[in-house]
Design a protein around this ligand. Sequence first.
Ligand SMILES: [Zn+2]
Length: 486
Amino acid sequence: MSEIKNLQPQAIWKNFHLLTQVPRPSGHLEKVQKFLLDWAKEHNVEAFQDQAGNILMYKPATPGYENRKVITLQGHMDMVPQKTKESTHNFETDPIQTYIDGDWVKARGTTLGSDDGMAVATIMGIFEDDTIPHGPLEGFITADEETTMYGVEHMSADTLKGEILLNLDDETEGQMIVGSAGGVNQNAELEYQEADTDKADAALKVTIKGLLGGHSGLEINEGRANANKLMGRLVQDALANYEACLCTWEGGNMRNAICNRAEVVLTLPKENVEAFKEEAVADWARVFKDEYAAVEKALEIDVEDVPLPAKQVPAEIADNLVNAICACHNGVMRMIPEVPHIVETSSNLGIVTIAAGKASFVVLVRSSRDSMRQCCAETTESAFAMAGMKVTYDHAYPAWQPNPKSEIVALMAGIYRQLFNQESQVQVVHAGLECGVIGAKYPEMDMVSFGPTLRSPHTPNERCNIPSVEKYWKFVLETLKQAPRK
Ligand SMILES: [Zn+2]
């Protein structure tokens, strides 16, 4: 049986172990919702499930602490279901198998679910213990954060009773997040009549691969290459100088990941094939490797001869689409003028598919300033509109603007110093947090986000740092003890 139950602090690890036994991939939360409600009943904790699938719990103040502001402890119940190629794990039925490796807790072949099971275990640990001093508490365990933020998106604006929200979903101990970016999904589409290929032509498949990819918010300023954008430059050259035609394009598979691989099928006159391979492809490989020498160590361009497809994109439309890819803003648009080391606004051309009479481009625009999000979206939309594409938007979510007067952040910075003789790092992140959505519904809420140290969340390599959990737990308890008075 798992050894993690015996780790310190027991209050967290024992409950985290219980959670690992309950399947809870995003989109399949019935089991964990029932588990939490049953757990609350068993521990005499008042709890209910709201219409959006969130679980709320209440606990009165410890005697002597009734005059404190109500604190909402928040985390999400769902986890990202990722596993290794070899794993036979079924996320809807099987428990997560945890193990200890030095200072880390890991899972065998799957995500661990410490994002955000650590928060849920924290709430359980506090709510079941009658010896911990605290004011009135609310536990707020949200549904489907990882996919659509469904729980906070669909909660009503009078659900929460708290005046202070401690979001326990950050991944670096010692850091306090006080602001996050908003975002919007942008989709551009064009349908076209395919043309016949020239039977005398040859066909080539060109693949750009080996790129790092990564998170389109947190890693957008790391200087990584986007395979769709590199491919745009190469294909533009092929169309302009080698009489090539575009048949298909397949680049990226996630809106919120930097595109790390793109492949196209081109046709071109047989007599141009050698020159295209030896001049164009070889030159672009040199240029790209040079431009990204410091970052993309495994960048590769691969060319192979393939059978001639029957259909291709008509020349004028191919030109327009490739121009749109090249013109589309991608990457950092602006840093925060007041905090120049943090990204304010960015876009990511995550997915490009062109095939069978339909072109579809998928972009995620992020900004911590809503008007700049709009500006960036209009910039990319303009490029797509010039190609005759139809642009639609969905799933816009607001930014969380830092509040320099936050009472809880000032208090917790002092507590951190007092406990650990060390400064905490106050940060704004270029990624979406539930706090943005909650803050839009509860503008008076004083919010901060923090947590123990996790590495590689959302991958089978997810791990949770054991010593950081102990520091984090002390930090939470001391914050509750010193909670502001009403
Ligand atoms: Zn999370």
